[in-house]
Design a protein. Structure first.
Length: 93
């Protein structure tokens, strides 16, 4: 991947990345490929689904898709346990 392309990407002057560029960027940044695909679709095609403004939620969802069914089940149990122990959310949260 050329540094010139990364500079253009940072300054929003790059052409839409190829699938190969997205895979390379995902690998280099240690991010889920899906996350970069969604970001590219939003930036270059005006497509996007906004279901959370928190980037951490999007990263978690993308990482879940990389997990085995057993790992997803274990994570689900952890989330359920955390939720039960935490109690109901306050209105300001």
């Amino acid at each position: 991947m050329k540094s010139g392309w990364l500079n253009k990407l940072e300054h929003n002057t790059a052409a839409a990345p190829t699938p190969e560029q997205l895979r390379g960027l995902a690998l280099a940044l240690d991010l889920p490929l899906r996350l970069l695909q969604e970001a590219a679709a939003a930036q270059f095609l005006g497509m996007g689904e906004v279901w959370s403004g928190d980037h951490r939620v999007r990263v978690l969802v993308a990482r879940i898709e990389e997990m085995s069914p057993e790992d997803v089940e274990q994570l689900t149990q952890i989330a359920d346990t955390f939720s039960r122990n935490r109690g109901p959310a306050k209105p300001s949260e």
